[in-house]
Design a protein around this ligand. Structure first.
Ligand code: ADP
Length: 400
């Protein structure tokens, strides 16, 4: 069974083809084919890259229409050096990452007109993402006809959170308006929690895991007996931890102050909090952890402050998640920073030594998923490479 996965964003499209008859157990298999569209490359053009059948290509195409770009990308499955299929009809289904499923979807669903209308109705909650996800669904229908399409939601894993964790302490009208904590990165949190349980040789249903997705966007999830009981992102992906260029939680009074004293508009606040804060805002350099860490090593005081705040907030929120879990069997690090930064593993874990958590003396990055806790640690610490596309492909198979 061959499943195509599409992750459609506003400025990029990423796609993979998996053969699900291969290696469903253990680590995710390599996709047969992988491709991406980068719409930020050059105005009026798109950069297409694809790899498959041991070959790779990179082309700049004069295309501005997203659907046309997706069609060109999909064609590299059946034409040219990256061809891995005789015909597109060999694809059994297409899985889409959809960012916001609101309160409607607690698991993946087969896309029909009603599902599309619901995703559309949730655009106000995810204005940057849901329109791009819908556009991806329409473009696939144009290229592949009536193939089954499945929507896998980033919010779904968090939809079983207890009301006390999901509810903001504003007026009760917010509850009725759907202003609540939805949480994001759910596909990743769910995948790495399951993978950690497999690596620990235990049943996910009997574990208390703290999963840390630390990429450009950062969030934590408290996964108790396989169910997410708390998470740091909220109504939007702006809540919670400090991130690459997002502030995470700040006193809402600051926003009122900026509006009153400096005449900030909603759009200006949006840009300030989403694009000009976090590591980038505080360091004044970059949203990239590697660049900020390098500057800190060279003695840059702002970069040092940025990383210290990042770590402080991470530890504080980890403590909050451990309280929601009521204990801790494992910590899981994933995504760009989480998979690659021994410094972050060390600093994040240090305050939890009182729980008997101890890391190995020698820490290093690995291509493979690994347990970085010392043999006698009371808590396992796993570094898991997130595989959101593979998780989406598996969700399609289970559903169909
Ligand atoms: P996104 O959320 O956009 O998918 P990623 O998961 O790719 O992002 O994470 C991007 C972040 O990962 C960047 O801050 C980058 O600096 C960081 N990162 C990547 N490699 C390393 C590394 N070797 N050490 C520290 N941070 C890294």
């Amino acid at each position: 069974m061959k499943i195509l996965v599409l992750n459609a964003g506003s400025s990029s499209h990423k796609s993979c083809l998996f053969d699900l008859s291969q290696g469903a157990e253990g680590a995710a298999p390599h996709p047969l084919w992988r491709a991406a569209l980068d719409w930020t490359h050059q105005q009026g053009k798109v950069e297409l890259s694809a790899s498959g059948a041991g070959e790779s290509i990179q082309q700049v195409l004069s295309i501005t229409d997203k659907a046309e770009g997706i069609e060109a990308m999909v064609k590299t499955l059946v034409e040219g050096p990256t061809q891995v299929l005789g015909e597109l009809a060999e694809i059994a289904a297409v899985g889409h990452r959809v960012v916001h499923g609101g309160r409607h979807y607690q698991q993946p669903v087969v896309v029909d007109d009603e599902v599309k209308a619901t995703i559309q109705s949730l655009v106000p909650l995810a204005p940057a993402h849901n329109p791009a996800n819908l556009q991806g669904i329409e473009a696939i229908a144009q290229s592949l006809g009536t193939i089954p399409q499945v929507a896998v939601f980033d919010t779904a894993f968090h939809s079983h959170m207890p009301e006390a964790a999901a509810t903001y302490p504003g007026p009760y009208a917010w509850v009725e308006q759907g202003i609540r904590r939805y949480g994001f990165h759910g596909i990743s949190h769910q995948y790495v929690a399951q993978r950690a349980a497999d690596l620990m040789g235990q049943d996910l249903a009997s574990l208390r895991l703290l999963t840390c997705h630390l990429g450009n966007g950062c969030s934590l999830a408290a996964v108790k007996n396989g169910v997410c009981v708390d998470t740091t992102m909220g109504f939007t992906p702006l809540d919670g931890l400090m991130m690459g260029s997002r502030s995470g939680s700040v006193d809402p009074g600051i926003l009122i102050y900026l509006m009153r004293q400096e005449g900030y508009t909603a759009d200006q606040l949006d840009t300030l909090l989403n694009k000009e804060s976090g590591l980038k805002g505080l360091s004044g350099r970059s949203n990239d952890m590697r660049a900020v860490a390098e500057a800190m090593e060279q003695g840059d005081a702002q970069a040092k402050l940025a990383i210290e705040v990042f770590i402080h907030r991470l530890r504080r929120e980890m403590g909050a998640m451990i309280a929601s879990l009521g204990g801790l069997d494992g910590v899981v690090f994933t995504a760009g920073v989480g998979e690659n930064s021994p410094l972050v593993w060390q600093q994040a874990c240090e305050p939890f030594e009182f729980l008997g958590l101890r890391l190995k003396d020698e820490l290093g990055r690995d291509e493979a998923d690994q347990d970085v806790a010392a043999a006698d640690s009371a808590v396992r610490v796993l570094v898991v490479h997130t595989q959101e596309e593979w998780a989406i492909a598996q969700a399609c198979r289970s559903l169909l």
